[in-house]
Design a protein around this ligand. Structure first.
Ligand code: CTP
Length: 500
């Protein structure tokens, strides 16, 4: 991808590349079939930009081509035809709604769409209407429309209302009870469940005003999915604020539609992706992450391949759940997660000191790959070649940060201590032994053999080991592992608090 490429073009190209890989079509054929331009992909890859209209057409083409058999996760059989009202807000993530509509239609869900004026700047009502097969509403005082289907009827006929992307402005309107355009009027007029998928710049998301509005909406019973951690459309911006991807939107929609049907047996994992509110508000969370560097001399050190990504994602999700988070981060080339206090350290001993300084905490998660040994005496000057014998490094063991904090005196020991176990063989057996030996409540075990690509990579396959047993999770990206782990931690903390 070309650095500095505009967000729309970059996102479109990335979707096209996924499509090409999925369907095995050549870029030329794709361009010809989508918009009768065989050079489309080549030009995009070369850095050319496209108009929103062209992007819409290309996306509509991809949505049409995707086979209904590709992504069935139970919704079709589980849900009889239901009507869902999709309120599309004005954000770059609006394009994801095209794919969402298509996927919902595949699952026999009828979609009616309302677009805000701002949304029409990002995708066209024409394209949305073509995919929903229904007229798109976007004006409160459109007389024909009020006569035909007014805002009250739009609100009443839907089994579920989904707001995506939910901008900071839309959330503020909802929280404040405004009704000065069709989208907000419908939301005021409904008594049906509402699911919002926020999407905005990370600073806007963490702004106290937005967080106040989010808390109000949670209290009002509004459901949330996302936002996710990731790159923003704005150049060089990253953090918490990216709209949830279509599979997560579907995972959050599915149980709500089932509930609307009166089903009470919604399996727990169907809710994966739906945020359970600010379940960690007022909690303090400590996370260690990244490698440590143990100096040999002023220019050399002992290190490992940890990227710090898993720990940073955990810190970000704990923050997203409302916690006050300290991330003690070893030398890693990753940006500071938004809204998190980051203490950058180099050695294991510095990491221990920073972790202890961050106590007391309600949860401590030790995701760092701490170097087990350090050189007994670090050379003051650079060690030179050419001596009679090769230099010998005497190693001594580093303090075990997890074990030290898990055995802290009562009052200082966090009520929930979570460690990681990086293993290359006998993963479960070694990890269970580590849980006991280190005094952790939970251990997240993973196989870090080179062929797994976990160390430094973006995906992870983990087993959660608790006193009750072992839970094996499917392969997930590190962000999703972090989300699930923090949601579980929030539930566990609530149970601990209720029991004391
Ligand atoms: N850990 C720690 N301090 C250390 C070593 C490990 O806090 N000095 C923590 C890690 O952050 C992780 C857990 O202990 O949560 C297990 O780390 P791992 O590297 O898998 O195990 P080790 O204790 O280093 O044991 P071994 O290398 O023998 O597997």
């Amino acid at each position: 991808m070309i650095p500095g490429m505009p967000g729309t073009t970059r996102d479109l190209l990335s979707d096209i590349e996924t499509f090409l890989a999925e369907f095995g079509v050549s870029p030329t054929k794709f361009g010809l079939a989508a918009i009768n331009d065989g050079h489309l992909v080549k030009n995009l890859r070369g850095g050319a930009s496209v108009t929103l209209r062209t992007a819409d057409k290309v996306r509509a083409y991809m949505a049409e081509q995707r086979s209904p058999s590709l992504a069935h996760d139970g919704l079709e059989s589980a849900v009889p035809p239901r009507r869902l009202l999709l309120i599309i807000g004005g954000g770059i993530a609006a394009y994801k709604c095209l794919e969402l509509i298509r996927r919902l239609r595949e699952r026999q869900v009828m979609v009616r769409a309302v677009m805000t004026q701002a949304a029409c700047q990002f995708i066209t009502p024409l394209c949305v209407g073509a995919l929903t097969g229904e007229r798109v509403s976007n004006e409160l005082f459109d007389l024909n429309q009020e006569h035909d289907i007014g805002h009250v009827r739009l609100a009443r006929e839907a089994a579920l209302i989904v707001v995506a992307p939910a901008t900071a402005d839309l959330l503020a309107k909802m929280a404040g009870g405004h009704a000065d355009d069709l989208a907000s009027a419908v939301l005021m007029a409904t008594d049906k469940p509402v699911l919002v998928a926020p999407a905005m710049n990370p600073r806007m998301w963490l702004n106290p005003a937005t967080q106040r509005n989010v808390a109000l909406l949670h209290a009002d019973g509004v459901h949330f999915v996302g936002p996710e951690v990731g790159e923003m459309a704005e150049r060089g911006e990253a953090g918490l604020g990216r709209m949830a991807e279509v599979p997560q939107l579907l995972a959050a929609i599915e149980p709500l539609l089932r509930e609307a049907d009166g089903a009470t047996d919604t399996p727990r994992e169907w809710g994966a992706g739906a945020a359970p509110g600010l379940a960690m508000a007022g909690r303090r969370v400590l996370v260690t992450a990244g490698p440590t560097h143990e100096p040999i001399d002023p220019v050399r050190y002992i290190a490992n391949r940890s990227s710090g990504k898993q720990g940073a994602a955990i810190a970000q999700h704990a923050r997203a759940l409302g916690a006050q988070v300290t991330l003690v981060l070893g030398p890693a080339h990753i940006p500071d997660p938004e809204g998190v206090e980051v203490v950058r350290v180099e050695t294991a001993r510095e990491m221990l000191a920073a972790a202890e300084a961050a106590l007391p905490a309600d949860v401590a998660i030790f995701a760092a790959a701490v170097a087990d040994w350090r050189v007994a005496s670090q050379a003051h000057d650079k060690i030179k070649k050419g001596g009679k014998a090769l230099p010998r490094l005497e190693l001594i063991e580093n303090p075990d940060i997890l074990k030290t904090i898990a055995s802290a005196r009562p009052g200082m020991r966090p009520p929930l201590v979570i460690g990681f176990a990086a293993e290359t063989q006998n993963v479960l057996e070694y990890a269970k032994a580590k849980r006991r030996a280190k005094g952790a409540d939970w251990i997240v075990a993973n196989d870090v053999s080179p062929q797994t690509g976990i160390m430094g990579g973006d995906r992870n396959t983990v087993h959660l080991i608790t006193a009750e047993g072992v839970e094996s999770w499917p392969e997930l990206d590190k962000d999703e592992v972090a989300r699930r782990l923090m949601e579980r931690a929030a539930e566990r903390l609530a149970a601990i608090t209720a029991a004391t």
